[in-house]
Design a protein around this ligand. Structure first.
Ligand code: 4AD
Ligand code: MG
Length: 454
């Protein structure tokens, strides 16, 4: 039987015989009775096993070390009022595999840094078990939301010849060492994708609503707690839709995902609330119930200038049109001023990607970033420029080589009317939901500059 089933069916299982295979979390010999705490990975909470000298296999049970695997048979007894809701009074314990004494994850508390060095074992701790279970649920919730809304899931390629964001942050894919790309595997320079967007747009023209959800890669030398070199992005793309439609999808999707995680993983959330972030559940409940705010970039500048006038000091205190907002500014807007997730729209074209729809004012683009308290930027998106000539001009102004983007630009000439999409940084969403303060702690095996373990 699995532990989860025992928890969910405990009332019916009272006084019944049960057999379970699990890993020893702790094992303590007492005078009259001994206690073994087991977990089989199917549920957050553990099973307390009570055994005595007359339990078959007593001698093996006694020497079972932390992390060993045992099979226990016994009678389940409800123990209302005690710390755990029930215990298993063992009639037989079989030591299936003994772990070594030097098991790195003994019971004491470990630092997140140490646990990252044993990323292959840390999912056995309750904190990481909770985080990765929520990761799985949230991933499913994203698919569930988009599938129920009629979107087609598009698996865009990982190896690509385009730099979608034009930011020059790609990892090159090569079978040679000599940078002779013409004679390389693909006969041209290839790289890992930074975003599936450019490949998704044509599919939105074919299906109206599509989404991608997969790994993306950025050779960005950012040493922050919110940047990883490999991360998962989810990118919907919607044809015949404007920026405001995209904003609505963002809000609806986030609320739906958070709500689904709350439905499925409340035990994990409670555990994380008591271990990682006080007030976590109230915070994410707030997301579901609040109305997100919308500010234009220029409104944000005014708010920041006003704050400075009133004595607030930012590290970057020079606020001007064209400033790429820093995390401190973003967090000030959503944490201090609005106190809720905030969409910032219509950024200066100079600080945004070449494909964004140019507004009539000649200086801004129809872009949107979603800022959330504690994180900063969670999603970034835009309405796409639908005039091929304007895209070409923008590429030229920005020094972007567009010869490999011919297909993308020409798409505009084959019947193309308004397309909007955005990218959600999946790990940032998980940081927000789980209370993890470092992106490395919501990824199974994080990849960051100078860090490629496992
Ligand atoms: O804002 P970004 O760069 O937008 C795009 O890539 C667009 N093509 C999306 C679109 O319109 N379809 O990235 C989207 C999101 C960011 O808001 C952020 O949450 C996340 O991806 N992100 C990262 N997450 C972790 N580590 C990094 N290095 C990240 N870079 C971006
Ligand atoms: Mg962005």
């Amino acid at each position: 039987m699995e532990l989860k089933q025992i928890y969910f069916d405990q009332l019916n299982l009272d006084q019944k015989e049960i057999t379970l295979i699990g890993r020893v979390r702790s094992n303590r010999q007492g005078k009259a009775v001994s206690f073994m705490i087991l977990n089989d990975g199917t549920y957050l909470h553990d099973l307390q096993v009570v055994y005595k000298t007359d339990t078959k296999g007593y001698d093996d049970a006694l020497v079972s070390r932390v992390a060993s695997i045992v099979e226990v048979t016994g009678t389940l007894i409800l123990t209302p009022g005690k710390q755990q809701p029930f215990e298993l009074q063992a009639t037989e314990i079989v030591l299936l595999d003994q772990a070594v004494e030097e098991y790195p994850l003994q019971k004491k508390e470990h630092s997140p840094e140490f646990l990252r060095e044993i990323a292959h074992l840390r999912a056995r701790t309750k904190t990481f078990n909770s985080i990765f279970r929520i990761r799985s649920t949230a991933s499913f919730a994203i698919h569930k939301f988009f599938q129920e809304e009629g979107y087609v899931y598009a698996n865009t390629p990982i190896i690509t010849s385009n730099d979608a964001e034009g930011a020059g942050e790609q990892f090159v894919v090569t079978v040679n060492e000599d940078k002779d790309y013409e004679n390389d595997f693909f006969g041209k320079k290839a790289a890992l994708t930074v975003s599936g967007q450019l490949n998704a747009e044509p599919f939105a023209q074919a299906f109206k609503k599509v989404y991608t959800f997969g790994p993306t890669f950025r050779a960005e030398n950012s040493h922050t707690n919110r940047h990883a070199s490999e991360f998962w992005m989810m990118e919907p793309e919607i044809a015949f839709a404007e920026l405001k439609d995209g904003i609505k999808v963002m809000e609806d999707m986030l609320k739906s995902v958070v709500q689904y995680v709350m439905e499925k993983n409340m035990e994990e959330l409670k555990f994380l609330e008591s271990n990682l972030e006080e007030g976590l559940i109230e915070k994410i409940t707030g997301i579901v119930n609040s109305n997100f705010k919308v500010n234009t970039y220029e409104e944000v500048l005014e708010i920041l200038k006003e704050a400075i006038k009133n004595g607030h000091v930012f590290e970057e205190n020079n606020i001007y049109f064209g400033l790429d907002l820093g995390t401190e500014h973003e967090r000030y807007i959503c944490e201090v001023v609005n106190k809720c997730p905030t969409f910032v729209t219509n950024y200066p074209k100079e600080i945004k990607a070449f494909y964004m729809k140019q507004n009539d004012d000649g200086k801004t683009v129809a872009a949107v970033d979603l800022l959330v308290p504690g994180i900063g930027e969670l999603c970034g998106g835009s309405q796409r420029e639908d005039d091929s000539q304007k895209i070409i001009k923008r590429c030229e102004e920005m020094g972007i080589d567009y010869k490999d983007l011919d297909w993308y630009i020409k798409l505009r000439d084959y019947g193309y009317y308004k397309s909007t999409g955005f990218g959600l940084g999946f790990e940032r969403l998980l940081m927000y939901i789980t209370g993890a303060s470092n992106i490395r702690d919501v990824m199974l095996y994080p990849r960051t500059p100078k860090n490629l373990l496992f």
